[in-house]
Design a protein around this ligand. Sequence first.
Ligand SMILES: [Zn+2]
Ligand SMILES: [Zn+2]
Length: 149
Amino acid sequence: MMVAVMLNEEHVSYDGGCQCSAVRFRGTGTPKWTAHCHCKDCRKSSAAPFTTYASFANENFQWIGAAPAVYASSLNVTRRFCGNCGTSMSYESDRWAGETHIFVATLDDPEALPPRLHAYVVDQLSWVRTDDGLRRYHQTVAEGGPLPK
Ligand SMILES: [Zn+2]
Ligand SMILES: [Zn+2]
């Protein structure tokens, strides 16, 4: 009997890791969202003017290799990083329960998950100029917006 082979989106995987490759991860399927975040906490944590996230449901995400170190950056927020090389690895919060937000810049192929919007432009640095046509939100989509361009 012929059985059709369905190409299931769950078979798509997004692999990445830290600078020294001790910590690796794999997300599968389609991320819930991708976004730039300009907030102050992310700026500090990523040591960059802003950073770019992809959110995976925890059931579609796994750590591989060394377990990342943990830092509670604020109440109910867990940030993970490589204990060897210090690369920021993830953000988790009670506000987004059941999700792991990884840094697109740590993917082996960052081109695979382009950002779809800007969050927390209230904190955007004045010398950061973006002309990418993406929607811009004062905070997150949940707090309303997007802002007029
Ligand atoms: Zn590392
Ligand atoms: Zn942020």
